[in-house]
Design a protein around this ligand. Structure first.
Ligand SMILES: [Mg+2]
Length: 367
């Protein structure tokens, strides 16, 4: 079996409402569907996200990177030759979501080739994951109302709050959420690198009192000294996200003691690198949580596949309801969140994504 073609199709899915965070506001999902086809007609698919403020990739850059660099180097390879594919991806710097999607599409292909769900091939730790609702910034009453809606509609009782350079506003919101949902709700916070070390340290005590489990990327990823100060002040574990995208960077954060948890983003790292990071964290007794990349249903299904496969991610909450904020999807069956959990469908070989060709034709952005 050989890879015959690698294609990239841009598509745009509108949001129901704009999403605000410290790094910017997004109003539509401008993503790319990566397809890898073999000479015997199997097709593996995955989704690459264009998020300029996070990855510096555009739809056009993802499409061009695949066309000019990745497709020519991948065609002719055995889709099971993981190390050869990794060599092709490493030969190009940056372009993380394009590379991540190629790796995830190759996993899809391998599962389809052997007629098994990727979830099972990777470890099959649990059939479902607890879902975290990521709460955008806004008036506390409105944000709490959206959390209540998520709880009533989907049973979600795990929430991540976005902090935008204003720790006191975040504390007001977290207090309101704790008051609304009581001690059993899981709360954590993501500052997206927007705080000073001083502000973060000043807020640690109150965050701990409120039972906030984790503080994600409090300071700029390059502020090593500031992050070390926050970690040394203690009280709440620091979670690395932007600062730990590769296994090498994750190793630096975890062994320096400046993070005790990692946000795993399969869309940005691919399954192969994400599995390495999960293994590293496990060896260093650190937590790993599946994070959101603004995935549509495609990325949600693939992140569920990955997260539920490994024990250390399956036992943690996962940010997998973001797709609910999109007006439509290009899969035949979107995931269902029920009782606060999202499930793997083990009846589908590969990663579990089935593309709806009519929807893709409607939302594709290259015609
Ligand atoms: Mg984050």
């Amino acid at each position: 079996m050989k890879i015959r073609a690698v294609t990239a199709i841009p598509f745009v899915l509108p949001y129901l409402h704009p999403f605000h965070m410290a790094s910017g506001t997004v109003t539509e999902a401008a993503h790319v569907l990566i397809s890898i086809e073999t000479d015997d007609g199997l097709v593996g698919v995955a989704e690459a996200m264009s998020r300029s403020m996070i990855y510096g990739e555009s739809q056009a850059s993802i499409v061009e990177a695949v066309r000019a660099w990745f497709a020519p180097a991948l065609v002719g390879l055995d889709p099971f030759a993981t190390e050869s594919a990794q060599r092709v991806l490493r030969a190009v710097v940056a372009n993380e979501t394009a590379k991540g999607a190629i790796d995830i599409a190759l996993h899809d292909l391998r599962g389809k080739a052997v007629g098994q769900p990727t979830w099972r091939l990777l470890g099959a730790a649990a059939p479902s994951l607890r879902v975290t609702r990521m709460l955008g910034m806004g008036e506390p009453a409105e944000v709490v109302a959206s959390a209540v809606e998520a709880n009533q509609t989907y049973g979600i009782d795990s929430f991540k709050v976005k902090i935008d350079a204003d720790m006191s506003a975040a504390l007001v919101l977290l207090e309101a959420l704790r008051g609304q949902f009581g001690p059993d709700a899981l709360l954590y916070a993501d500052a997206n690198q927007s705080l000073s070390a001083e502000a973060a340290v000043a807020g640690l005590g109150r965050l701990a009192e409120l039972g906030v489990e984790l503080l994600e990327e409090p300071v700029p990823a390059t502020d090593f000294v500031g992050r070390a100060r926050i970690a040394a002040a203690g009280g709440i574990a620091i979670m690395a996200d932007e600062s730990a995208r590769t296994v090498e960077k994750a190793a630096l954060q975890l062994t320096a003691g400046s993070a005790r948890a990692l946000s795993i983003k399969p869309a940005g790292s691919g399954f192969t690198e994400a599995a390495r990071i999960v293994g590293l964290a496990r060896g260093l007794h650190s937590r790993t949580l599946i994070g959101s990349q603004g995935d549509s249903a495609i990325g949600t299904i693939t992140s569920t596949t990955f997260g539920a496969a490994f024990e250390s991610t399956a036992g943690e909450p996962a940010e997998l309801d973001y797709y609910l904020g999109l007006k439509d999807q290009i899969v035949t069956t979107a995931p269902v969140i029920s009782g606060g959990r999202i499930s793997v469908d083990p009846s589908i070989p590969g990663n579990g994504v089935v593309i709806d060709d009519d929807k893709l034709a409607h939302y594709r952005a290259d015609v």
